[in-house]
Design a protein around this ligand. Sequence first.
Ligand SMILES: Cc1cc2nc3c(=O)[nH]c(=O)nc-3n(C[C@H](O)[C@H](O)[C@H](O)COP(=O)(O)OP(=O)(O)OC[C@H]3O[C@@H](n4cnc5c(N)ncnc54)[C@H](O)[C@@H]3O)c2cc1C
Length: 382
Amino acid sequence: MSRYDSKIVIIGGGIMGVSTAYFLAKRGQKDIILLERDLLAQASTGLCVGGIRQQFSHPANILLSQETIGLLRHFEREFHAKIDFHQAGYLFLTREQSTWEAFCECVKIQRRYGVPVEVLSPEEVKRRWPYLEIKGLKGGIFGPEDGYVDPYDVTMAIANKTRKLGIRILEKTEVTDIHLENNQVKGVATSRGPIFSRIIVNAAGAWGGEIAKMAGVELPIQPFRRQVFITKAFDAIPRPLPMIIDQDTQFYIRGYAPGILMGMTDLDELPSFHTHVDRSFMERVTAAALERVPVLEKAEMLRGWGGLYAMTPDENPIIGEIPGIKGFFCATGFSGHGFQHGPAVGRILSELILHGKTNFNLSPFSYDRFNKCQKTTELITV
Ligand SMILES: Cc1cc2nc3c(=O)[nH]c(=O)nc-3n(C[C@H](O)[C@H](O)[C@H](O)COP(=O)(O)OP(=O)(O)OC[C@H]3O[C@@H](n4cnc5c(N)ncnc54)[C@H](O)[C@@H]3O)c2cc1C
């Protein structure tokens, strides 16, 4: 590769990198190179479950989801691509009194931000979704506007429009180092040669910590494997099937036409970059499934896959320019809710990079918060 110069280099071709490139281009900044060491949307973004919910405890997360839902509603008009955004809802369930009380507190916050969310008795849960086992449940909270979408379709549609706007996207190009001079970024070394640039965006997802190390920065991000399984065609559960989450076991299901998708957080998982499927864990997921959705006994597993969460200590991301390293911007550490926040963060980051400010209060997501004991942990996680 001959030597490149570029105003802005974006590292990572998942939802975060692609959305940031798109909004920069839309605002007229076309001198951008996006670098992806594999192909676009093959890492966490393409492997994720595509869930989009406004049911968060932290207002900043609610606002990010609301912005993305707004974009998805007029997606076809903006990106000339059809996506199946299933606003089938998100239903959270619990048997624990303390979790139920926390849910009800979160509902108050969500309603303050205009989120339509219903508090349901166990009987009402059973009436609406008769296939659910409700024994011992305290109740459910249901967000009818929430839902899911194919994350690959969304990301590739944004990438295609970004390319049409003139942005260079280089796949199979790995960043191997970041060059600094007097605490200002100067460029990157890549598997295809150097690129000189005074603005670098770290959108490398679970590898965000590795990229930051190249700039001499420690980010508190750890990769954790998450596994997902799908069944063969299964019509014993009527559609639309919401995203249903058993908060106590962290088990969830949703429709994945013509089958059912299910997953669970493995609380014994240690940080690593492994993504292989573990058969014994599949058995634990199946057991949790049968407990909450007994009719799944008749379903047959088709396959599973693993992907990575980029976890931070408070389960919120790090967004913005890293203090002391001029031109080094990060959007990483999304802790399992980055797909739905990608488009909104892309818009926010594009403003920050081009104008030095944004209308979104990024302080809950600042790099500095980990030194200042200002953390507000997101309570509703899966
Ligand atoms: C099983 C699972 C289920 C999930 N479900 C949901 C969900 O329902 N809703 C939701 O909102 N989120 C969900 N997530 C989280 C979501 O997938 C992530 O938060 C989001 O995709 C992060 O996007 P990203 O662009 O930051 O990272 P990624 O999509 O991982 O993209 C980062 C890219 O950087 C590239 N890269 C890394 N290092 C380099 C380098 N040195 N040089 C060049 N390129 C590099 C990688 O190859 C990768 O393509 C889920 C995640 C998993 C694993």
